[in-house]
Design a protein around this ligand. Structure first.
Ligand SMILES: [Fe+2]
Ligand SMILES: [Fe+2]
Length: 264
């Protein structure tokens, strides 16, 4: 039995919903998000084929899916945007993503879109420059916030100043089966430490990102996998941790770049 989405925020005009149990089978647990503001709708990191059907069914209980205004793709990964062709075909949404990925996204869409439906993938993409941008949704604004190399080279997070949620993509992700809030940081750490050490590009990017987030009014950091960090204390604890984490290139040396000796 599918659960109802988690309501992260709702003041009547502005709503943030989190779908946390749509991935089944081999896929890693992923959260998908819907932000609604005064008749406009943004879907954040909808995922791939695994989530397309259940997600569009769930969305149809809340919004007229064809009227979707935006799809925001934080980066190019399969669990982020692999179902792009279906969303382009079945909705009117424009896709917001890094300019680094705009020209590669057409590789995710089958030729039939252009041939039979006259849909140009490239024309539906709004490419973001590295500095990011604010853009309107309904009567409010959302911010595409730079988070490059955390982990993708062209990577954006979504900041919602109304709910004060930073939707942080893979940053803060944990490999668990649910999206209940983190209550004990120390016992949560083993679920995310290995992931961050390998998937994040290096401490410099973590440090610059943490410095930026400290200057923003963030009440919650909500990642694309696993559990959110809620409240100023937990947000600060996460920033303190990631700011000093050695990861990615920091941990690599000549021994990691050698002709393999093993056969499989
Ligand atoms: Fe990713
Ligand atoms: Fe991911």
């Amino acid at each position: 039995m599918r659960r109802e989405p988690i309501v992260l925020f709702d003041n009547g005009d502005h709503k943030c919903l989190m779908f946390d149990d749509l991935v089944t089978g081999d896929g890693v647990q992923s959260n998908q998000f819907l932000i609604v503001d005064n008749g406009q709708y943004l879907l954040l990191d909808p995922g791939g084929d695994l989530t397309y059907t259940p997600l569009s069914l769930e969305l149809s209980k809340h919004i007229p899916v064809q009227e979707l205004t935006y799809i925001f793709a934080s980066h190019q990964d399969p669990d982020i945007i692999a179902s792009l062709d279906k969303w382009l075909l079945h909705t009117r949404a424009k896709v917001i993503c890094s300019k680094l990925w705009a020209r590669f996204l057409p590789h995710l869409t089958a030729g039939y879109l252009a041939l039979s439906h006259g849909i140009s993938t490239y024309d539906r993409v709004i490419p973001l420059a590295d500095g990011g941008a604010a853009f309107p949704l309904g009567r409010n604004r959302l911010y595409a916030v730079p988070a490059h190399f955390l982990h993708s080279v062209g990577n954006f997070q979504l900041y919602d100043p109304v709910s004060r949620i930073l939707f942080s993509g893979d940053m803060g992700a944990s490999l668990v089966e649910d999206a209940s809030p983190v209550t004990d940081f120390a016992s949560h750490l083993p679920h995310m430490e290995g992931f961050h050490r390998r998937y994040m590009a290096g401490n410099k990017a973590c440090r610059l990102w943490a410095q930026m987030v400290r200057k923003m009014d963030v009440e919650r950091i909500v990642p694309q996998h696993g559990r959110p960090f809620i409240g100023p204390e937990m947000v600060t604890t996460f920033l303190d941790w990631i700011e000093t984490l050695e990861c990615g290139l920091d941990l690599l040396g000549p021994e990691d770049y050698q002709l393999p000796r093993t056969t499989r």
